[in-house]
Design a protein around this ligand. Structure first.
Ligand code: NCD
Length: 306
């Protein structure tokens, strides 16, 4: 399937060839991420964010502006007519008639797919519910690819909330296109859901589960950390039992490979010590900066083609 007019709903919709095209395009876009490339002049991107966001929304907006396009939208339910009781369907119908592409974030699973069924313009899922955040996963995989010039052969640790973090699900789905070893590290309560385990098995992925980072640290090329998703816990008591149960510090990384990189989709709460920022391992700020060229590439491919 080509990229033109494509919806971006789930990481599962993208194969290795799609990703290679995207990464090469993003690499090209890095040249323009701080200047301008007027290839989407006259195009309008609508952002419909029904949940908080800093990086995802602003990097999509920056990307569109760098490409010469325009942006409109809102960043909360309160700021839209949904606060007056308008339905999601009606809201999407409006944006569909005002714009050329819609970027949506929602707390409900399936919201982006529903929007895509209503809209005639392409819809990009900027995170819905606990299961999908495909463009973050593309950015994460792109950062790894830029750092190592490859993804195959790497050992990737994923540490934190593997149960409720949608970035984790999308990242593992994308990584199934590559030959990687996964080390999944979390408190017992935050182990991946059955569906994700079934998925890894069905794709023959190499993975193992651990309770302590120290069990696998020495073999990792990448350590991907994700915060505990407090807002998604069905039971606050459960959250209290796991909060603060892991924290990456310069000390916990003693024994890591020299070339280890630490990634984090951000925001961090207290799972990555600020002292790590100035170490050779920290790559999460580069990762968030690469969100602009990666999303420029996405918008270009979807609105203009390859
Ligand atoms: C993530 C999200 O919204 O799922 N944030 C992001 O897009 N960078 C991760 C998170 O909130 O922990």
């Amino acid at each position: 399937m080509g990229w033109l007019n494509r919806d971006v709903i789930s990481a599962l919709d993208f194969n290795r060839e799609d990703l290679v095209t995207l990464f090469n395009e993003a690499r090209e876009m890095e040249k323009y991420a701080r200047s301008r490339l007027n290839i989407l002049e006259g195009k309008i991107m609508a952002t419909a964010f029904f949940e908080p966001s800093t990086r995802t929304r602003l990097s999509f907006e920056t990307a569109m502006i760098r490409l010469g396009g325009h942006v409109l939208g809102f960043g909360s339910v309160e700021a839209s007519s949904m606060a007056k009781g308008e339905s999601l369907g009606d809201t999407i119908r409006m944006l569909d008639s005002y714009s050329d592409v819609i970027v949506i974030r929602h707390s409900l699973e399936g919201a982006a797919k529903y929007a895509a069924e209503i809209a005639t313009v392409p819809v990009i899922n900027a995170g819905d519910g606990t299961q999908n955040h495909p463009t973050q996963a593309m950015l994460d995989a792109y950062t790894i690819w830029r750092e190592f010039e490859r993804i195959d052969g790497l050992t990737i640790g994923v540490l934190g909330d593997l149960r409720y973090a949608r970035v984790v699900v999308s990242l593992i789905q994308l990584l199934s296109n590559f030959n990687v070893k996964l080390r999944l590290i979390s408190p017992e309560l935050l182990r991946p859901r059955r569906e994700l385990v079934d998925f890894m098995n069905s794709r023959g992925m190499s993975y193992s589960m651990h309770s302590n980072l120290s069990e696998v640290l020495g073999e990792l090329d990448v350590l991907y950390v994700v915060r505990i998703q407090r807002e998604r816990f069905p039971d606050p008591v459960e959250y209290e039992r796991v909060r603060g149960s892991f924290r990456v510090t310069p000390e916990t990384l003693a024994g890591a490979k020299d070339t280890l990189i630490v990634l984090h989709p951000l925001p961090r709460v207290d799972e990555v010590d600020h002292r790590l920022d100035s170490t050779k391992y920290a790559r999460y700020f580069r990762q968030s900066a690469l969100g602009v060229p990666l999303r420029m590439a996405l918008l270009k491919l979807i609105l203009k083609g390859e």
